[in-house]
Ligand binder design. Structure first.
Ligand SMILES: [Zn+2]
Length: 345
């Protein structure tokens, strides 16, 4: 293994850690993941596509390469008739993440998520979830990861299982909650209280990921930051959620049958909005600042630069002064051309 406790803590001690996720969303847009199931079959079918996205996030400044094992658990693979490839998919995902991480000194995270198999009223379901996490994270630990990200947890109970399995493997865990409800996990814990419980149980990092955009995640993460002692993570989706529609799932648009998950584009945050989020989160004391479903490398680079970094992809960061109409050369343009550009009707 590459590390059993120190690497994540060391990186957090150095300052804000920048995360980049949303792999299944982005690979779906690129034609390598099927929407609906959202299982990362590309890990075995198109490994180059996965490697490329890792590399794009790395060049944009991500400090962590997250192995693409989101929804690569036994229950989901059985549904797709690919259960026999479960181990190969999980091991390959870690290898791809490790290979790219080594190109830029990034950390490697193993990844588990909500399983849709957990039922707080059925104790047997906890055993099913535990077994799925144990095999996924066992393979990940065997391949070599620095820590575990257990994420999009709708239930505190399921989140605690992910944490316990990580601890049994001697791996630090970042455990983050989904926030589809207004205030509570699906098993009835206030989000702040749930984070405190996860911290008390020894999570290295607690917080929120997915579902909410920056505008509706920041107020909640501010309360969590005030109330927990350990490191805090915030990885919103880059969509313009509002008080009335606090999650990407609740966004609505006239004439659109369903906005989530395939028609979210008009709600996308710009790179500037995500840069502002990164600074705001850092200033709140959030230690792990990232981005989830909908993320593009341009968002990540803007966030990295807003945090004061120059990253490999900064070589191609915008220089609008070089633009023939918008830049310094504009004065040499014909007046009619400039007027045509700026005209509104
Ligand atoms: Zn997400």
């Amino acid at each position: 293994m590459t590390g059993t406790g120190g690497a994540l803590a060391d990186r957090l001690a150095q300052g804000t850690v920048l995360g980049a996720e949303g792999y299944v969303f982005e690979l779906e847009r690129r034609g390598y993941v099927k929407a609906g199931a959202y299982v990362p079959e590309a890990v075995v079918d198109f490994p180059d596509a996965v490697t490329e996205l890792h590399r794009e996030f790395l060049r944009a400044g991500a400090d962590v390469m997250v192995a693409l094992t989101y929804y690569a658990h036994r229950g989901k693979l059985r549904q797709l008739g690919r259960e026999s490839e479960l181990e190969a998919m999980n091991r390959q995902a870690v290898r791809l993440a490790r290979q790219v991480a080594a190109e830029g000194g990034a950390l490697v995270a193993g990844n588990v998520c909500n399983t849709w198999a957990y039922d707080p009223h059925d104790p047997a379901s906890a055993d099913v979830v535990r077994a799925m996490y144990a095999e996924q994270l066992g393979w990940a630990a065997d391949e070599g990861i620095d820590f575990v990200i257990a994420e999009t947890n709708d239930y505190l109970g399921e989140a605690l299982i992910g944490l316990e399995v990580s601890q049994e493997l001697g791996l630090p865990a970042m455990v983050t909650l989904a926030t589809t409800g207004p205030a509570k996990t699906w098993d009835g814990y206030d989000y702040v209280e749930a984070c405190k419980i996860l911290a008390d149980h020894g999570a290295a990092v607690v917080g929120l990921n997915c579902d909410r955009g920056p505008a509706t995640m920041l107020p909640l993460i501010a309360r969590i930051r005030e109330q927990v002692g350990c490191a805090v993570a915030a990885q919103p989706v880059p969509y313009r959620t509002t008080e009335d529609s606090p999650t990407m799932e609740s966004l609505r648009a006239e004439g659109v049958n369903r906005v989530f998950p395939l028609a979210l584009d008009p709600f996308s945050c710009t790179r500037f909005e995500m840069a502002d989020f990164a600074v705001a989160a850092r200033d709140l004391g959030v230690n792990y600042v990232g981005i989830c479903c909908g993320a593009g490398p341009h968002h990540v680079r803007a966030m990295a630069e807003a945090l004061g970094r120059t990253v490999p992809a900064s070589r191609y960061s915008p220089s609008m002064d070089l633009h023939p109409v918008l830049g310094t050369a504009a004065s040499r343009q014909d007046r009619a051309v400039l007027d045509a550009w700026n005209a509104t009707r």
